[in-house]
Design a protein around this ligand. Structure first.
Ligand SMILES: CC(C)(COP(=O)(O)OP(=O)(O)OC[C@H]1O[C@@H](n2cnc3c(N)ncnc32)[C@H](O)[C@@H]1OP(=O)(O)O)[C@@H](O)C(=O)NCCC(=O)NCCS
Length: 200
């Protein structure tokens, strides 16, 4: 088994070009303060259905500022895909500072509507997954609602399994309640939870 590269050598790969299945070439960059306006413009262009379920409401400048502050502090690491000057999608890994869960990281992924179904979700999820492993995280989670099938497919491809279904855990922006699917991945293949994934 090959050793996991250090986070420094992993991040040296960026900026990096990726080609979508329709031939468009995008650049993946590590997120920093310079990306603030592009993130806001991207968020404001997302369809209502996506905004309903955004875990962090990045249409709000203060939420973007908190994201960038977490990046500066090192608790969050994110990649952005750029199509020229416009943001096409992002992937992020958040570490929880609490001692009990310090080895757990949450992955999040959003691709702009005009770029879906062209492999960008796959590129971003695979790379943020490698970054999460380089950070020494041992358990990765990704949260979504049961009808976010695209996200489930993208994470299943990486070996994630649905580990928990939490009833009425999500309140959308309109106050509607939805179940939450927690998908997880054990980096070392070691686990003390039941070895059956949920059938959703
Ligand atoms: C989920 C999401 C990131 C996928 O991005 P994408 O660029 O369209 O994904 P890709 O083209 O790389 O496809 C990845 C896989 O998901 C599958 N997939 C994508 N959308 C799908 C859908 N709506 N239903 C079923 N499968 C889907 C693809 O077939 C592909 O599977 P494969 O690799 O086995 O062929 C994107 O749809 C999105 O941003 N959705 C809204 C936000 C969201 O759900 N975020 C997840 C929260 S963690």
């Amino acid at each position: 088994m090959s050793a996991t590269p250090s986070i420094e050598s992993n991040l040296e790969k960026y900026p990096q070009e990726v080609t979508l299945t329709d031939g468009r070439r995008l650049e993946l960059r590590v997120v920093g303060a310079v990306d603030r306006n592009a993130i806001l413009a991207f968020a404001r262009g997302l369809p209502e259905q996506d905004l309903l379920f955004l875990r962090v409401d990045i249409t709000r400048p203060e939420a973007v500022d908190r994201w960038l502050a977490n990046v500066a502090e090192g608790t969050t690491l994110s990649l952005i895909a750029y199509d020229g000057d416009a943001m096409a999608g992002y992937a992020t890994v958040d570490r929880t500072p609490a001692r009990w869960t310090r080895r757990v990281g949450e992955l999040r992924l959003t691709v702009g509507q005009g770029y879906r179904g062209q492999g960008l979700g796959r590129h971003l999820s695979a790379r943020i997954f490698d970054i999460a492993k380089s950070l020494g995280l041992k358990k990765l989670t990704a949260n979504m609602t049961p009808d976010q099938r695209g996200a489930q497919a993208a994470f299943q491809r990486l070996g994630f399994v649905a580990e928990a279904l939490l009833t009425d855990f999500v309140e959308d922006r309109d106050g509607g309640l939805h179940d939450l699917v927690m998908m997880t991945f054990d980096v070392d293949g070691l686990t003390d939870h039941a070895d059956h994934s949920l059938q959703l």
